[in-house]
Design a protein around this ligand. Structure first.
Ligand SMILES: [Zn+2]
Length: 392
């Protein structure tokens, strides 16, 4: 079978033996696979990732000297069951799968980022049967392949604990930021502000449902949604503290009873939830500098290198800084069903489709943010340039 192999940062289409499903595994025929920003980074920077993973006790990550087949955002159809499988889904069933498999050497491998778990930049691949789910409701393979990146967005939004009336601000409108915008709107969040320097990405943010879209070179994303009761500086927080105390002074009973009751009823300064979807050095610091007091910041962008910010700035504003990664199998399953039930439509993200021979040009095209967001690989396609996708 044909596959795109990455070896020492070179991508080459080569002929490889058809994978054989091990115990509890299923071979699937790949229908679509998304090219992820992390694949672009892994091509040149996987050794740095492997070192970081090792620091967290995970030694099974791929290295640049390995022969790697990327691809963890995929949709396929069941082709062959390995030994000791339940075989509940017959051959031909369209499926997606959480990209984790139980390796033969013990431990769990990340599909598409480990030499022990080749990914979906290929005609065929192996998935873990327990991680595999049927694609419901006739959902097209283009959108089904986006289950994985949309699950990342779903996890981030859940960790953000965004109420419908909370202002959500999305910094960076690449595929991750666009996914977050789609999920926020699917959850009924009324005001989603999207910020990106690229005009092309701002247009996509609007297509994904962002209510306010702006260029941070021109406008501040932190004031774009209006005051909304946010505290934008220290004087307003001090004024709130003293002013509230003065108001409660007029009550005929102890002010502390009223204050405590207010807290129990959830009275608290309003704050936005800000999603960092860029992953470049300096972005967290710029968010802390610009954000209203008490903002919650959810870091979804993956900055692999060192970064710095001034803790006292975050302390003064009592910034709630959260970092998120991946999703649970339940979040993955729920995302698949949200897509299949039409609760959100990520098709604006899909800006092109290529065959295996088009992967290298697609990587180049994704280097510029103006035209492309998500390029899909269709292993049966002969397209060598990421032409616009047809209806999938
Ligand atoms: Zn990804």
């Amino acid at each position: 079978m044909r596959a795109v192999v990455c070896h020492n940062a070179e991508l080459d289409v080569s002929e490889r033996p058809e994978p054989v499903p091990g115990k509890g595994q299923v071979r699937i025929e790949v229908l679509r696979c998304g090219i992820c920003g992390s694949d672009l980074h892994a091509r040149h920077g996987i050794d740095q990732w492997a070192d970081l993973a090792a620091r967290a006790g995970y030694e099974r990550f791929g290295r640049s000297s390995d022969e790697l087949v990327f691809g963890h955002e995929f949709c396929g159809q069941v082709a062959e069951h390995g030994p000791k499988t339940r075989k509940t889904l017959p051959a031909g069933t369209p499926v997606v799968a959480v990209p984790l498999i139980r390796g033969t050497h013990g431990g769990v491998d990340t599909v598409g980022l480990s030499p022990h778990a080749p990914g979906a930049y290929a005609e065929q691949m192996v998935v873990e049967e327990s991680m595999m789910m049927p694609v419901p409701n006739g959902l097209g393979s283009d959108v089904a392949a986006l289950t994985e990146p949309m699950a990342v967005a779903w996890h981030a939004v859940r960790r953000g604990e965004v109420g419908k009336r909370t202002v959500a601000i999305v910094i960076g409108c690449g595929p991750v930021g666009l996914g977050v915008i789609l999920m926020l709107k699917a959850q009924g969040v009324r005001t989603v502000v999207a910020s990106d320097y690229s005009a092309g990405r701002r247009a996509l943010a609007g297509a994904c449902g962002a209510d306010v879209v702006l260029d941070p070179a021109q406008d501040s994303p932190y004031t774009a949604a209006g005051g909304r009761g946010h505290l934008n500086d220290i004087p307003s927080a001090l004024e709130l503290a003293v002013g509230t105390r003065e108001k409660l002074e007029r009550l005929p009973f102890g002010w502390w009873h009223a204050w405590r009751l207010g807290e129990k009823l959830g009275a608290a300064p309003k704050h936005p939830v800000i999603f960092e979807c860029v992953g470049m050095p300096g972005v967290i610091e710029s968010i802390i500098d610009g954000a209203p007091l008490f903002s919650r910041v959810v870091v979804v962008g993956v900055c692999v290198g060192s970064d710095q910010f001034t803790p006292a700035m975050a302390v003064n504003k009592e910034i709630d800084l959260r970092f998120v990664v991946g999703y649970t199998p339940l979040e993955y399953r729920d995302t698949l069903h949200m897509l299949a039930e039409g609760e959100l439509d990520p098709s604006p993200l899909i800006t092109g489709t290529v065959g295996l021979d088009g992967v290298e040009p697609a990587f180049t095209a994704l280097g510029s943010p103006e035209v492309h967001a998500k390029i899909l690989i269709d292993p049966r396609s002969t397209a060598t340039e990421p032409a616009a996708a047809g209806p999938g």
